[in-house]
Design a protein around this ligand. Structure first.
Ligand SMILES: C[S@@+](CC[C@H](N)C(=O)[O-])C[C@H]1O[C@@H](n2cnc3c(N)ncnc32)[C@H](O)[C@@H]1O
Length: 330
């Protein structure tokens, strides 16, 4: 029987204390489809339950009283090509990618998913903040750590764990030339197909490699920078620490891990997005303060180098260097 997002989260919270990545994947296979690509085509066979045709009149105050309950999520459809992948893909790569490109029609299969409604959704605080996050990662955070690594090394290797198309990192790569390379681990073949084309379009295809594999099987070593953006957002701390610890295996002793998470501001900063993610997509975000991000990294075995956030403060970042204990224990 399909469990609701909240039930899944409770199971994960219980299980996450001593869970290995392998056990997590087995559980994800069995119960949690939130990390997987749900085919948009599947939606075509579903019955329309609500439409967001009149989304601009959406009554924020009353969303709690809506008839839309997590049990009905398979019957939800929207007329927005931005909202639909957020729901179908449960916040996967396609939704942020559309936002990064500021293009709702990008990779949209159904021709009628256009127009004003998408423009409206794109202007919502969550979308604006995802765009701000993308700009922050590609124009500020990554260049800063690439420059720092280039001061001591002839070349710099970046590993993106759960890369999606890798677009945000590739954007940063463009200005550095062949001295900086990127290896992307991604389980969704469509994201990889699109990412490979993007690498060509950016002229960075010689610097970028995709591995169609879970980051649990990451074989990379000696990376200068590992990055996990949009990966731990809906995971409880126990599991997020497992992911962070695991990422240290691909790092040099003086390498850094960059992790993003949703801030507590997302919880109240955009009621519409919360409605869509919690009620429609059964996607429950953890809302992390900087202190919690710092504690998470320390407990995963990192020395915290930096705690920061994009300017809308919807997404927080922790940057950490693996401690000698973490390096020696791997
Ligand atoms: C929310 S998206 C974030 C994508 C990208 N980092 C970004 O910010 O646009 C999460 C991505 O992680 C991928 N993913 C989930 N579990 C994974 C795993 N075990 N190994 C590799 N990729 C995974 C999903 O397919 C999805 O593309």
């Amino acid at each position: 029987m399909k469990t609701s997002g909240q039930e899944q989260l409770n199971v994960m919270n219980l299980a996450a204390r001593d869970m290995t990545l392998e056990e997590f994947e087995m559980m994800a296979e069995a119960a949690v489809d939130s990390l997987k690509w749900a085919k948009l085509d599947d939606l075509k066979s579903t019955e329309t339950f609500i439409t967001f045709q009149n989304l601009t009149d959406f009554d924020y105050e009353r969303w709690n009283e809506s008839d839309v309950k997590p049990g009905n999520i398979n019957r939800v459809r929207t007329r927005s090509s931005l909202a639909e992948p957020m729901i179908a893909n449960k916040g996967g790569w396609l939704f942020p990618q559309k936002v990064y490109l500021q293009n709702p029609n990008y990779l949209t299969r159904a021709a009628n998913h256009r127009g004003e409604l998408d423009e409206f959704v794109l202007r919502q605080p969550l979308c604006q903040s995802i765009y701000t996050r993308y700009k922050f990662v590609s124009e500020k955070l990554l260049p800063k750590y690439i420059h720092a690594a280039l001061r001591n090394n002839a070349s710099v290797k970046i590993v993106s764990l759960g890369s999606g198309t890798g677009y945000d990192v590739m954007e940063a790569l463009k200005s550095f030339g062949p001295r900086v390379t990127l290896v992307c681990y991604e389980i969704d073949p469509l994201a990889i197909e699109v990412g490979l084309q993007m690498a060509k379009d950016f002229g960075v295809e010689k610097q970028v490699e995709f591995k169609h594999e879970s980051f649990r099987h990451c074989q990379e070593e000696h990376a200068d920078i590992a990055i996990m953006v949009g990966i731990i957002c809906s995971l409880p701390d126990g599991l997020a620490k497992v992911f962070a610890k695991h990422a240290s295996k691909c790092l040099k002793p003086d390498g850094v891990l960059i992790v993003s998470a949703a801030s507590e501001k997302i919880a109240w900063g955009d009621p519409l997005s919360r409605f869509m993610s919690e009620y429609c997509a059964s996607l429950f975000l953890e809302h992390r303060t900087s202190a919690r991000m710092g504690a998470l990294m320390s407990e995963a075995g990192y020395e915290v180098v930096e705690l920061t956030e994009e300017s809308m403060e919807f997404h927080r970042f922790a940057v950490g260097k693996p401690s000698s204990n973490l390096i020696n224990g791997r």
